[in-house]
Design a binder for this molecule. Structure first.
Ligand code: ATP
Ligand code: MG
Length: 268
């Protein structure tokens, strides 16, 4: 993109996202900690509570959101605008997986990734939203970088597990957010513990303290600690969510609490 095209793309994005109140980037320096699960269930919980919500998958190499959310419908393209399908009356979803074949290796080079994200932000008819939740791939590469650069009011929700190795990687992600002068909304510690289904004993699968350590180190609030629940794995694979299909579980309660914290904080 030459400087002129770049300026036009930025102008288009600014206009297109101005009716979106809160933009939240779900990120982590670490892979497999539950970013996509958190992004999907956060979006579903917000939609369930009446907020107009968008969910955008910018994990261009490993897009999982569509499957996790049970998305069957395709986006419609009308006169250069992409209309995102709704999985619930309040929830619009856009994922790169709608534009590529299942199982095909997705080959992207840096500038292509940036252009795809510009399109998601500039060409998708999001309309008026209370929240746009953006799921990103692990690390601090082109995708989270582009989202952070492009949206000046974006807030980062950082997902970690309790483990020291995860914390090490997550520190890099938080430092990126700080270096770019963006707002860290908070930390979510996932897979904090598991309760034995037979005896109820609490098992610390991945050690403990990671979320608290990050909170103390960076002075960023720990917004929630989510238990590991083996039932979730099967549900995620078939597009059933925690907030709709695991009602009454400790995991659902922990998600609801986390969402409450988020809603309170963005209203400050
Ligand atoms: N609280 C939980 N209890 C049980 N399983 C979980 C929990 N959170 C996530 N998982 C499972 O862990 C796996 C990884 O989760 P997910 O795909 O959301 O992680 P990710 O951080 O998005 O991974 P990637 O870095 O590959 O994008 C999935 O199989 C998911 O179902
Ligand atoms: Mg993911």
């Amino acid at each position: 993109m030459n400087p002129q095209e770049m300026a036009e793309a930025m102008e288009k994005i600014r206009n297109n996202v101005k009716s979106i109140k809160h933009k939240i980037l779900v990120m982590s320096g670490k892979g497999g900690v539950g970013k996509s699960t958190v992004a999907v269930n956060l979006a579903l919980a917000l939609a369930d509570e009446g907020f107009r919500t968008g969910l955008m998958d910018i994990d261009l190499h490993g897009p999982n959101v569509a499957r996790m959310v049970g998305l069957k419908k395709q986006p419609e393209v009308i006169e250069n605008q992409i209309f995102p399908p709704e999985v619930l009356p309040n929830l619009k979803v856009i994922s790169i997986s709608s534009f590529v074949e299942d199982d095909a290796p997705v080959v992207w080079r840096g500038p292509m990734k940036t252009t795809a994200i510009y399109q998601f932000l500039g060409d998708v008819a999001w309309g008026e939203l209370d929240f746009l939740i953006i799921d990103s791939p692990p690390g601090t590469g082109d995708e989270p970088l582009t989202a952070l650069q492009t949206l000046s009011d974006i807030m980062a929700l950082v997902v970690t597990t309790p483990q020291a190795v995860a914390v090490q990687d997550v520190k890099r992600a938080i430092n990126l957010v700080k270096t770019m002068h963006r707002t860290p909304l908070g930390i979510v510690e996932n897979m904090s513990y598991m309760k034995c289904p037979n005896c109820g004993e609490v098992i610390k699968l991945f050690g403990e303290g990671g979320g608290k350590d990050l909170e103390n180190l960076f002075d960023i609030p720990l917004l929630g600690s989510l238990p590991f629940d083996p039932a979730l794995v099967g549900f995620s694979d078939i597009g059933k969510s925690i907030v709709t299909h695991m009602r009454g579980s400790e995991l659902e309660a922990a998600y609801r609490e986390t969402v409450k914290e988020i809603v309170q904080r963005v209203k400050l």
